[in-house]
Design a binder for this molecule. Structure first.
Ligand code: UQ1
Length: 462
């Protein structure tokens, strides 16, 4: 039953927001806030809208919670001006799942109750989105009717599709099957158990073709496993064929990593450590202990026996985004890569994994994207020109062995953009970056980033 609780945005509206709207003719796309404000309050029939908000945020993951709390910290919003839509019971620190798979963290420490995390000034709809109605400035929720907005920030993440590979789901849930994945809360700890208990045979680690969140994670887990087996005498990098364990990296890509500077070092590591590569081999099915890998030529499917398989499923936009008018051709939210404003609806924004941005999808990217959206949305509301831009920054702290991390950081175009580049070569794995990845980032994430007080390489936000 929809609750007909009518918030009156007009009576709550802060004088700052009602300031006269200046139309700018600058080169930067501006938000026609006056039009969206008017339509948000007058266009849809009142009876269909039970609740109106100044800002609605879809998704309570890293992007959604960070943006929400940065907005609150501006001090410019009244209670319930901001609403968050997410049906999830839990908020996960997903970069932590790699650490769980490597046996370094407990998975329950990598999550928090989502409803408990949401500030009491924010209206939480524990519901999913049925439909975006951008012409009406509303969204239809699955169970609770429609809600209206003046600005909509779309950050529901992407779907990690465990059904994309036949045989994968069943193998993951079967405790006897030696198949696991760090790409879900439910299976990341199975990875740690399998690696710890593995004594002999063929271990295959896969990386799919197409979109991957944190594209370094599929090999981080391999490097951690290799290091563990090496230390326990089960794997000799100098003589893999005579070792009890053999390691194969099967990737849909033609290189180890998308940025040449880091890829070169990782390829050297792969060769030095005796890891067999299957480049342009995409895991398409699992049959018992056989992995079926499709080659990039489109026709050939290679069958490989495994005794341990770490599988990474296909990923892509959620259906409610892909099938909406907000989507680009690939199904992601179609925003300008610099301002993060929607290309067709000026009061819609997107960041995080769901945004159609030509850069790698990571939590680190959100540290730079979130302040851009917050600044631009505020400018819009105040009728000012939007000036804040995102440079594509993203980062991958790539664990190459226990105790060492390569800190890949880059911007649009795959250009390295290194925070500590003046002091060290970040492509060379080191111990300080490992401490950051293992201890500092999980801590700063929960203590500051999602509270709106941490901007990654740009430091603290007071
Ligand atoms: C970061 O801010 C962050 O969030 C807390 C991470 O965790 C997911 C990261 O992995 C990285 C690399 C950053 C970026 C911060 C610096 C100081 C490079």
């Amino acid at each position: 039953m929809p609750i007909h609780h009518q918030v009156s945005p007009r009576s709550l509206r802060h004088p700052k927001f009602t300031a006269l709207i200046k139309r700018s003719v600058a080169r930067t796309p501006i938000c026609f806030a006056s039009r969206s404000l008017a339509s948000a309050t007058s266009a849809p029939p009142v009876s269909t809208i039970s609740r109106n908000h100044k800002i609605v945020i879809v998704g309570g993951g890293s992007a959604g919670i960070t943006v929400t709390n940065q907005l609150l910290r501006t001090g410019r919003f009244f209670p319930k001006d901001i609403a968050l839509v997410d049906p999830a019971a839990w908020h996960h620190y997903q970069p932590g799942w790699t650490l769980v798979g490597g046996g370094l963290k407990n998975k329950t420490d990598m999550r928090r109750s989502l409803p408990d995390m949401v500030d009491s000034r924010v209206r939480l709809y524990s519901d999913s989105v049925r439909e975006f109605k951008p012409e009406m400035n509303t969204i239809a929720l699955s169970d609770r009717g429609e809600i209206g907005y003046e600005h909509l920030i779309v950050c529901p993440g992407i779907k990690v599709d465990f059904d994309s590979i036949p045989g994968l789901h069943d193998a993951l849930v079967d405790p006897q099957a030696p198949v696991s994945s760090i790409y879900s809360y439910d299976t990341c700890d199975k990875t740690a158990h399998l690696i710890a208990g593995f004594k002999k045979g063929n271990a295959i680690f896969t990386h799919p073709t197409g979109t991957v969140k944190c594209a370094g994670a599929p090999q981080k887990i391999m490097w951690m496993a290799l290091d563990r087996w090496k230390r326990s005498g089960l794997y000799n990098p100098d003589s893999p064929s005579s070792s009890p364990i053999q390691i194969v990296y099967a990737t849909g890509m033609s290189v180890m990593f998308g940025v040449p500077k880091y890829s070169k070092v990782l390829e050297e590591l792969r060769q030095k450590r005796g890891v067999q590569s299957l480049f342009q081999h995409d895991l398409v099915a699992i049959e018992g202990n056989t992995a079926l890998l499709a080659m990039a030529d489109g026709g050939t499917v290679v069958r490989r026996h495994f005794d341990l398989l770490h599988a990474v499923p296909k990923m892509g936009p959620h259906d409610f985004v892909k099938n909406s008018t907000l989507a680009d051709d690939a199904g992601f939210v179609e925003v300008y890569p610099d301002t993060l404003q929607h290309k067709r609806f000026s009061n819609i924004w997107s960041c995080g994994d769901a945004a159609g941005l030509p850069t790698s999808k990571t939590a680190a990217a959100i540290t730079i994207q979130a302040p851009v959206i917050v600044s631009n949305v505020l400018s819009c509301i105040q009728g000012r020109e939007i000036t804040s831009t995102y440079n594509g920054y993203t980062s991958c702290p790539l664990i190459t062995e226990h105790g060492k991390v390569m800190l890949a950081e880059f911007v649009y175009g795959g250009e390295p953009h290194e925070t500590f580049g003046r002091f060290v070569d970040q492509a060379k794995p080191n111990r300080v970056f490992y401490r950051m990845k293992k201890d500092f980032f999980p801590w700063v994430y929960f203590a500051a980033m999602i509270k709106g007080r941490w901007a990654g390489p740009r430091g603290w936000k007071m």
